[in-house]
Design a protein around this ligand. Sequence first.
Ligand code: TYD
Length: 418
Amino acid sequence: MGEKIACLNLGQQPLANKFLTQKEVDKTLPGEDIGMYNLEYQYDIDTHLFSMINQPPKEDMFNNTYPYDSSGSQIMVEHFKTIANKINKDYVLKIPNDPFLSTIPNHSTDKINKNILEIGSNNGPFISNIDDRANRIAVEPCDNFAQITNDMGIPTYNKFWNKELSYEIMSDHGLMDVVYAANCMCHISDIKEAFYAVRSILNNNGVFIFEDPYLLDMLNLCSYDSLYDEHFSMFSIHSLTKLLNSVGLYINKIEHLDVHGGSIRIYTSCSNKNIDISIDKFMHTESLMGINKPITYKLFGEKVNNHRILLLNILEEQKSLGKKIISYGATSKSTTIFNYCGIGPDIIDYITDTTVAKQDKYSPGVHIPIISPEEGLTESVGSIFLGAWNFADYIMDKEKDYAINKKWIINVPFPRIV
Ligand code: TYD
C-alpha cells in the first residue's frame, strides 16, 4: 500500500441504519448514540482506492436488527429479477459446445449441474430468481435475512464472507460456476482477501459478477451522502483492475447502472482473453475526470463543505415560511447528511418511510421521528427534502398530486429547490 491522503472528514456519525426506538431515544442524547464513530475517507495514490480510514466493527453493522430490505422497493425487486434472468440465460442454463441446444429447455425438470453462490443475499430478491434446478447457495451475515432464504430452501451461510468461509462452502458444495454480489463487496474492509476468497472458490471457467456504487458518479454528483459506515470503499475501474488482477481475476466487461445514484456492474473471470471495449471506455473517462489525481479528492472535500452551507441556507429559508419541512425516505444517505450538517427535528419535523421496520423509530444520531407516508404526507407540509433522491423520478411522479403546492429540496448534484 502506498501513500494515502485523508481527503474527506464527515465528522462524528452514528451507524447509518441503526434506527432508535422511543425507549432508546428517551435515554440517549442526540449525537451520543451507541457506536458513534468518526467518518473519514482517504485516497491511496498507489492503489487508487478511495476508502474509509476506520470502519466500525462489522458485527455492529450487520446483525439480526439490520433493517435494509433489498426487496423494499419495486424498482430494486425488478432490478434483481432482471439480472437473475440474464444470469440464468447466459450462464446457468447455457450448454457449452452443444451443436443442437444452446440452453437447457425450460420444460425439463432435471437438476442442473451448476453451482451459483450469492454473497450478501439479503432477503433473496436475486438468488430466489435463479433457476431452482441449479444448486443455489447464499451467504448473509444478518440472521434475520439468512433465515428467510434458508426457509426458501436455499442453503444460507449466516456468516461474513472471507477465506475460511469460501473453503467451508467449497468443501460442502465444490467450486462455483457463478458468484454474484450486489452492494456487498464495497462493505468489506479487507477487500483483497474477499476477492481472493472469490477466486479460490471459482471454477476456472466460472464468472464472478458484482455491482457496487461507482466512485465517478459520486464525485460528479457530489453525492457524499453515499458514504457511511457500511461503504468502506467506493470503487473506480482503476482501483478494481489492480485489486482483481492481484488475485488472478480479470475484468471482462463493465456496465453502468442507474441504481443507488450510479453503480457499476463488473463481469470478471480467470481469463484475460475476451476483454470488452467497455473497459477502455471506462478507463479513459476516469482518466479524463482526474480519478487518479489527489487534487480531485481535495476539491471534492471542499465542494462537500460548500454543499453543507448551501443546504443549511435553503432549509433555514424554508423554515422561515412557517410550514413543516419533512424528509422523504429514511435512508442511510440522509443519516450522513443530517449528522454532517447538524440537521435535527428543529429543522426537519419528521421523516416518512414505507419500510415498516423503520416506522415509529428515530433517525440515527439526530433523532428525527420516522412515520408512515399515510400519516406524514399532510397539507401542513411546505417542503420535502428528498432523502431517497436515487428514486427521484419514481417518487416525484408518484407524489405529483400531493406535492403540487409544495417544494422539493434536493441535495444532488447541488442543494436546490425544484
Ligand atoms: P435506499 O435508497 O435504498 O437507501 P440507502 O441505501 O441510502 O439506505 O432506501 C430508500 C428508502 O426510502 C427506503 O427506506 C424505502 C424508502 N422509500 C419510501 O419511503 N418511499 C418510496 O416511494 C421509495 C421508493 C422508497
